[in-house]
Each structure stands twice: as C-alpha cells, then as structure tokens.
Write a protein that binds this ligand. Structure first.
Ligand code: SAM
Length: 300
C-alpha cells in the first residue's frame, strides 16, 4: 500500500488493506467520487482513475503531485524550509533540536510558519508547494480554510521528517503511474458518471458521514444522504458495481436510515475500529466502520 503525506481528515489509510481485500481485483476504471486525498484511488488495482471532490484545494494539491517531478517536489520543500527557517530534522545531526514534551518542534517553527501562512493567504496566485509545506508543518497535517478561503491551521509539532519524506516520494511516484481524470463537482453531477461504459469499473464512495465530526460534514445534510442512497440504488439497477464506506455507530449516535437501507446489500464490518479523533474534545470515541457493496467479497 502507498500512503499519503496529506493526513487528510477521514482518510482511509488504516482501512486500506481491509477495503482492498473486499474490492474486485480486475477493476479497470476506478471512480473515487469523494476522493479527499485520493488515497483509495491511488491504491486501486485500476490504471484509469477518476477522482472527484468539491474541495478545490485538495484537488490542486493532488494535481501538484501529478504534474511536478517528484525530485522537484522535494527540492521545492527544501527551498521553503530554508526560506522560512523551518526545522529539517531528517538531514540535521541528532540532537540539533530539543523537542519539548507537548510542543514537539513547534517552538522552532512558529515564527516561520506564520510568515509562510501570511504569504500564502495574501498571494493571488496560490503556490501549491507552499500549501503542501503548510500542511506538513501545520497541526496534525490538517487542510482547513476559513470562510474567506484562508488557510487557518496553527503550527504543528513535527517537520518534514523521514516518514513524511518517504510518503511524499511514494505517493507522488504512484499517482504518476495512473491515468488520472479529475473533476471538481458535487457528487450529484451527472458528468462524473458514465454508467453505459463496459464493465470492470467500480464506483467507490467515501462521503462525509452524518454522525461523525469533520469540517466538511457541516455541509452534509439529510438531503445529500438521501440523494446518495438513491443514486446507489440506481447504479445497482443498472448493474454497476459500487462500494460505500460509512459508519453505522459513532459517538453514541446511530445512523438508522443507513442501517435500514444497507439490508438490501452486502455489509462488510471493518475489523479495525475507527477512532473518532475530534481535536476540539479530549475524549476519543470508537466508531463502527462498514463497507457496503452490491457484490459479494472477492467477486470479480
Ligand atoms: C471522508 S472524506 C474522503 C476521504 C478520502 N477517502 C481519503 O482517503 O482521503 C469526504 C470528502 O467528500 C468531499 N465532499 C463533501 N461534500 C461533497 C459533495 N457534495 N460532492 C463531492 N464531494 C464532497 C469532502 O471535500 C471530502 O474531501
């Protein structure tokens, strides 16, 4: 599996093995309709991937990984580290930086990070290499913007360390191996779908969840949820394969409507429980993740 340097909220990194154990192995076209970091599409068996999301920013970052030679992504990051005087622990001798218990490297990077954030937010033409650096050095690698469209995550505790460096190279190389088609539409937009094409395609849906906390869930209403379930029923009638990630229970809440709807299909309960990490609250609760498919596991 390839992992993403974007620790995108709600990404499926911890469930990739379980998900791909269930999905057909002979898919030629993989549609990731709510792609987020595109982690699922990148790991799919298909050469042809169709990724869609309503977030322009996350799609622009993915496009940066596709269009920029991998060595250039690394050298851009190194130039930014130098320009903003940020820590670069992977190349410095051990002990160069003292990490304080709850602060990590944030004390070293705060001034430069805030300067970089101001520069990014005031620029008219947004530089994706800078946005990527903001995500890497920002708190928990979150990608979040305020209503004015400004990046508004505070300084994080880590830097462009070995694991993020490796993920950057792996992800950037892996996505360049695919034929990627990008759309920036609401999932109800018909241009995303081509239900008449020959088989060996799979539509994967990882929408905002009704009962969990993520910034993009705020705009997800019962109307969206109903439209999505109706769309999946329509796909099923047309004989098109789909897989839907979601949660049945979380935070003491239950998605009754989804549970009822899922009875028509195959429900795969993920063994790995999902920690509902809400950074505004101290308590982390468990959620029951599921993958709902209109085919049996392992079916080709
Ligand atoms: C759970 S996240 C997907 C995470 C992704 N599977 C990953 O591994 O990174 C849901 C995504 O749906 C997108 N989204 C929200 N509303 C949408 C809509 N109406 N149509 C399409 N995408 C939407 C959000 O921007 C977010 O990126």
């Amino acid at each position: 599996m390839v992992y993403s340097p974007l620790n995108y909220t709600g990404n499926k990194a911890k469930l990739l093995n379980e998900i791909f154990d269930i999905l057909p192995k002979d898919t030629e076209c993989f549609y990731d309709v709510f792609c987020g970091s595109a982690l699922v599409a990148v790991n799919s068996y298909a050469k042809e991937i169709y990724i869609n999301d309503t977030s322009v920013e996350v799609l622009s970052l993915i496009k940066y990984f596709i269009d920029t030679p991998t060595e250039k992504i690394i050298s851009n990051m190194e130039a930014i580290i130098e320009k903003y005087n940020l820590t670069y622990s992977r190349v410095k001798p051990k002990g160069t930086y003292i990490e304080y218990k709850h602060e990590g490297l944030s004390l070293y990077n705060k001034v430069g990070f805030n300067r970089m954030k101001t520069d990014y937010n005031s620029a008219t033409a947004k530089d994706m290499s800078v946005l990527f650096a903001l995500v890497v050095y920002g708190f928990n690698h979150y990608l979040r913007f305020n209503k004015k469209g400004e990046f508004n995550i505070p300084i994080g505790k880590v830097d462009f360390c070995n694991s993020i460096y490796d993920k950057t190279i792996d992800f950037a190389n892996a996505i360049k191996q695919k034929n990627v088609h990008i759309t920036n539409c609401d999932f109800r937009d018909e241009q995303i779908y081509n239900l008449d094409q020959p088989p060996k395609k799979l539509y994967y849906f990882d929408p905002p969840y009704m009962i969990t906390d993520a910034p993009y869930n705020l705009f997800w209403t019962m109307e969206h949820e109903k439209a999505l379930l109706a769309l999946l029923d329509k796909m099923n009638e047309r004989g098109v394969q789909f897989a839907l990630s979601n949660v049945f229970y979380s935070n003491g809440k239950t998605n009754h409507q989804l549970i009822e709807w899922s009875k028509k299909y195959t429900v795969h309960t993920m063994k790995r429980q999902y920690h509902n990490a809400n950074y505004r609250r101290k308590n982390h609760s468990l959620a029951q993740e599921v993958l709902i498919t209109n085919f049996e596991k392992g079916e080709k």
